[in-house]
Design a protein around this ligand. Structure first.
Ligand SMILES: NC(=O)C1=CN([C@@H]2O[C@H](COP(=O)(O)OP(=O)(O)OC[C@H]3O[C@@H](n4cnc5c(N)ncnc54)[C@H](OP(=O)(O)O)[C@@H]3O)[C@@H](O)[C@H]2O)C=CC1
Ligand SMILES: O=C(O)C1=N[C@H](C(=O)O)C[C@H](O)C1
Length: 272
């Protein structure tokens, strides 16, 4: 650790992503784990964050006091749940630190609150922090622009582990937004998120979503462009959660010297 290292807080420290983030910060240069936060009442409060993440003791005790943790830190990495993320957005803005938001399943109202917090904080929010998925979004936008709605249908298929609580995934929605941008339409008025029963034929120009859940799948996504007699499939498969954690740390370092505002991983990766 050096004096220049960016001091990061991991909230939701005991979660699947929280533990991955603790290991990733430990392994990366330029960052240090300053604090780790869990909810009040969690059995992990008071435990050593390194022990929890399988590293052995690192001298960072898990706390349930986020503001105290944020006040002298430089950034917070947040992969929790929408209600928690809204709370952390307010606290990160108060502490004027970088807030990297990986939490998915946020409502339009939640997103408006995060955007309001970004008037004071540097917020990087994305449904997927990996380089590969963000490149896939760029490719999906290009493909949707080239293959028009009269002859080509777009369907997005995703599969995740059995514990995931939101659908479609944040990544599927991010890919849908990219395809909609390519088509010059708003996703909101053109998405079909569920099909059941006698649906009638497919409406031209819509973007469909299909959700699969099971086992331990980290995250698989495909954008399928289906034409008469041919299919173009653009896919990404995550083998390990460390791709999201490395992306989140990269986002925090990128945002360190930026002005307050709401940024995406496309900004961080220079793909915008
Ligand atoms: N953008 C991206 O690249 C990625 C996004 N994600 C998203 O990240 C989120 C978390 O995923 P995952 O790690 O699998 O989920 P987990 O359920 O494993 O982890 C979430 C953690 O957050 C904790 N938490 C919830 N509320 C609070 C609170 N108020 N204060 C402190 N901690 C809190 C939970 O505690 P408790 O169990 O007590 O509720 C839990 O430990 C999901 O929305 C997921 O979709 C995941 C991977 C990549
Ligand atoms: O919940 C998960 O696990 C994941 N969530 C994100 C999403 O909703 O797309 C990213 C990744 O696919 C894993």
């Amino acid at each position: 650790m050096t004096a220049q290292d960016m001091k990061l807080v991991v909230v939701g420290a005991a979660g699947r992503m929280g533990q991955t983030l603790i290991r990733t910060i430990h392994a990366m240069d330029g960052v240090t784990l300053y604090a780790a936060v869990e909810r009040t009442g969690s059995a992990f409060v008071g435990k050593d964050a390194g022990e929890l993440a399988g590293l052995g003791p690192i001298g960072v005790t898990i706390t349930d006091r986020p503001l105290e943790a944020f006040v002298d830190a430089e950034g917070v990495l947040d992969f929790t749940a929408p209600a928690a993320t809204i709370e952390f957005a307010g606290l990160a803005a108060q502490a004027r630190i970088v807030h990297v938001v990986g939490t998915t399943g946020c409502s339009a109202d939640d997103d408006a609150k995060i955007a309001a917090a970004a008037r004071h904080a540097r917020v990087v929010k994305s449904g997927n922090m990996s380089l590969g998925v963000n490149l896939l979004a760029v490719l999906a936008e290009k493909a949707a622009r080239a293959l028009g709605p009269a002859d080509w249908d777009i369907e997005i298929v995703e599969m995740h582990h059995r514990h995931k609580v939101d659908a479609p995934s944040g990544t599927a929605l991010l890919l849908g937004e990219a395809a909609a941008r390519g088509r010059g339409i708003a996703l909101a008025g053109h998405s079909v998120r569920v099909r059941d029963g006698h649906t009638g034929p497919r409406e031209a120009g819509t973007i469909g979503f299909a959700t699969l859940r099971g086992g331990s799948v980290v995250g698989d996504h495909s954008v399928i462009l289906a034409g008469e007699g041919e299919l173009v499939t653009l896919s990404h498969s995550a083998a390990d959660r460390s791709i999201f954690a490395r992306g989140a740390v990269k986002a925090a370092l990128w945002a360190r010297d930026k002005k307050p505002g709401l940024y995406s991983m496309l900004d961080v990766l220079g793909l915008n």
